[in-house]
Design a protein around this ligand. Structure first.
Ligand SMILES: Cc1cc2nc3c(=O)[nH]c(=O)nc-3n(C[C@H](O)[C@H](O)[C@H](O)COP(=O)(O)OP(=O)(O)OC[C@H]3O[C@@H](n4cnc5c(N)ncnc54)[C@H](O)[C@@H]3O)c2cc1C
Length: 301
């Protein structure tokens, strides 16, 4: 712990915005993961000074949104975690929705629906933030963020704000240029179109019901653990490898949906990671396909 760094952080932020040794299990939907050395919840205007302090004190930093695609190691994160939950403004102008990075997809989709805008229904049930959804090019039921993103504002690691157009974001299947450039997504503008409010709400409800029926939402998880391999479905490969219900400690391949690894009972991050690796090995041994995790691993295991 660097006391000067902590003091400087406290000068930039307000009471309650900085914590030390913050358990990351509180901030990830897997409900696993050890403590972050430093943890902050800045407002938009405070991010830049926070990042510049990290540079000055050579403290590594990372950003999280809703922690719904993250497995943090049991020994936690060395350095600073910046959580964007306080940056959640959403505004609408015509058929463009502007949302800050910490706004939840559910809240953004609801707001769009209230304005009678269509195009974002697919994202309403994805439990991530706008920032995380840009990073991952989140998608479901035939929709993807790349279909609706017009542009995004990012903070570069040198501390400059810049606007990236859709092609500049390099969105592909569950990927973008954000992580490799160490950008922080600050906000995104989404291009939707005029629709019928009731139909939009109806479609969102329909998709929500499909999720509840198919996915083990009653357990902590990070959604689909693996990317869809070309020509296959991860869940089917896992099921056909005889891994339905396979368990390592408290972590389990969901019995309801084999594409989900769930935290069935107080699993450690190490157990979850071991289970993921076992699944990869078993599926590869059986079908010659190496599943690639969609979930991001971070911190020390
Ligand atoms: C039950 C369940 C269902 C799911 N269903 C789907 C689905 O249908 N489709 C789908 O695509 N995903 C799904 N997911 C996965 C997840 O919700 C998405 O990947 C989502 O986009 C992640 O957003 P997040 O805010 O939680 O990101 P986090 O998990 O917080 O972060 C993900 C990555 O993005 C980085 N990051 C986050 N915010 C920023 C930012 N502002 N700037 C820079 N980097 C950032 C983090 O460092 C990390 O590397 C599901 C997850 C769960 C738990």
């Amino acid at each position: 712990m660097d006391n000067n760094f902590i003091e400087q952080l406290q000068n930039v932020l307000e009471e309650g915005q900085v914590s030390l040794q913050e358990p990351m299990e509180r901030h990830t939907t897997f409900r696993a993961g050890g403590p972050a050395d430093y943890f902050v919840r800045p407002k938009r205007r405070q991010i830049q000074p926070v990042v510049s302090l990290c540079r000055q004190y050579q403290v590594p930093w990372m950003v999280i949104g809703n922690g719904s695609n993250l497995l943090v190691g049991d020994k936690g994160v060395r350095g600073l975690v910046i959580e964007l939950g306080r940056m959640a403004g959403i505004s609408v102008e015509g058929d463009v929705v502007q949302a800050e990075a910490g706004a939840l997809l559910s809240a953004t989709a609801r707001r769009a629906a209230e304005e009678g805008l269509t195009g974002m229904e697919f994202a309403a049930g994805i439990p991530g933030s706008i920032g995380g959804a840009v990073v991952m090019n989140a998608g479901a039921y035939g929709g993807e963020m790349c279909h609706i993103i017009k542009e995004a504002t990012v903070l570069t690691k040198e501390g400059e704000e810049k606007s990236l157009s859709l092609p500049e974001l390099e969105l592909g299947y569950r990927k973008s240029c954000i992580l490799k450039n160490q950008y922080i997504v600050l906000e995104a503008r989404l291009q939707l179109s005029a629709g019928d409010k009731e139909t939009v709400f109806q479609r969102m409800a329909e998709l929500r019901d499909r999720r509840t029926e198919k996915q083990p939402l009653e357990y902590p998880s990070a959604g689909s653990t693996f990317k869809r391999p070309e020509g296959y479905f991860a869940g089917k490969l896992i099921q056909d490898s005889g891994l339905r219900g396979y368990q390592v400690g408290g972590a389990q391949v969901s019995e309801k949906h084999c594409g989900f690894v769930i935290n069935k009972e107080k699993a450690t991050a190490a157990e979850i990671r071991q289970l993921i690796s076992d699944v990869q090995d078993r599926v590869e041994g059986q079908f010659g396909v190496r599943l690639e995790p969609e979930v991001k691993f971070t911190g020390e295991f």
